[in-house]
Write a protein that binds this ligand. Structure first.
Ligand code: ZN
Length: 128
């Protein structure tokens, strides 16, 4: 699913929001920590293939986000695993590792810093 990364300009914390692209067009994202709307967009490092956008948008219309707590890595992990199951595809070992670590309670920032290639795919391009 699309994951939008922001940095809160007021409290300085990273903010990660799950949104459909349709929702992002109209949404006014707010910081879950201090409720500031003064967020600056960052480059997302966890992302899914763009071809899935339409299906993601359809899924986002139901209650998929109802139980999601963005401050709880386990909740994010469960959400991501549910999404990958609904897509009916194996997204990849890297994705699965991220989900496993989220579900074990590791913070997304910690996971990202330990996986510098996350979402980049550079290692595959180098095979040529
Ligand atoms: Zn904030």
């Amino acid at each position: 699913m699309p994951v939008y990364e922001f940095r809160c300009q007021d409290c300085g914390r990273p903010v990660r929001l799950f949104m459909s692209f349709a929702a992002y067009d109209t949404a006014v994202p707010a910081c879950p920590h201090c409720h500031s709307k003064n967020l600056k967009r960052r480059i997302g490092r966890i992302a899914v293939a763009k071809s899935e956008d339409a299906r993601m948008d359809a899924m986002m219309d139901d209650s998929a986000l109802a139980g999601l707590d963005e401050d709880d890595p386990k909740s994010i992990g469960r959400f991501m695993r549910k999404m990958s199951k609904e897509m009916g595809e194996d997204i990849g070992d890297e994705f699965n590792e991220v989900v496993d670590r989220l579900e074990s309670g590791e913070s997304p920032d910690s996971i990202e810093s330990s996986m510098p290639g996350l979402g980049g795919g550079d290692s595959f391009a180098d095979d040529f």
